[in-house]
Design a binder for this molecule. Structure first.
Ligand code: MG
Length: 245
């Protein structure tokens, strides 16, 4: 009986407390504007309705060769395009800063070589910050240079690679660096990367421009292109779209 009274007292006390917390108008914390713009999210084959399609499977009209200033010379075939070794990188005509990028890539089936010499390419944000593309399903290399790494800066959180010859996806949120009027760094670039839907970079703060040798540093710049690397290997790409943020 004593226990029952005690239990009842506790229940009454808790109910009173809950009621006290619910006092006030819930509308005070509701926001009704600004209303988010409606976007058709698309699907695995179709880009979101507000995205800029950078490659739709048919041509490289959105890309140029920085080397020649002319048309991008890589090979378009079967809804994808492939690096033409020796022709150099290709770059978007349009310039970007903060963005969301979706890109699919594939290292060649029957690939030879090891370490960095195995299906190497890369995606350069703002023409200088490289997200590595490499076959690392079983291929060993320095870990800040494997697929999913921010080259020579950030090791991927996990190895989410698929085998050579299979299509893989990167979904990237990139925040551009900001610079002061005097050219000094106001805020560094940041990047989040999902490889094959698995988080491999979580809001990593970049140390500067990608460097093969030595420490990275920043040099002030405005919006620049997305650039794909010709590292001499026949890596393919398809279904590329970008959203300005
Ligand atoms: Mg590379």
């Amino acid at each position: 009986m004593k226990n029952a009274i005690l239990t009842l007292a506790v229940v009454i006390a808790m109910t009173t407390l809950a009621n006290a917390q619910q006092k006030g108008d819930p509308k005070e914390t509701e926001l009704w504007t600004p209303v988010p713009v409606k976007v058709d999210p698309g699907n695995a084959q179709k880009a979101p309705s507000d995205a800029i399609v950078l490659f739709d499977g048919t041509n490289l009209d959105k890309w140029i060769s920085p080397k020649t200033g002319g048309a991008a010379p890589w090979v378009v075939e079967n809804g994808a395009f492939t690096v033409k070794p020796g022709t150099g990188d290709i770059r978007t005509k349009e310039k970007f800063a903060d963005c969301q990028l979706h890109i699919e890539w594939r290292t060649p089936a029957g690939i030879k070589g090891e370490g960095q010499d195995r299906g190497n390419s890369g995606i350069f944000f703002m023409e200088q910050y490289e997200l590595q593309v490499l076959d690392n399903y079983t291929n060993k290399t320095y870990v800040n240079g494997q697929a999913g790494s921010i080259y020579k800066q950030a090791i991927p959180l996990v190895n989410a690679c698929r085998p050579e010859g299979e299509w893989q996806t990167y979904d990237v949120i990139f925040t551009a660096p900001r610079f002061n009027a005097d050219g000094s760094l106001a805020s560094p670039a940041r990047i989040t990367v999902l490889q094959n839907n698995v988080l491999v970079q979580n809001n990593f703060t970049l140390k500067g421009k990608t460097e093969y040798i030595g420490q990275p540093t920043y040099t002030a710049h405005g919006p620049l292109g997305i650039q794909l690397q010709d590292h001499g290997h026949k890596v393919s790409y398809r279904n590329i779209w970008i959203r300005n943020l």
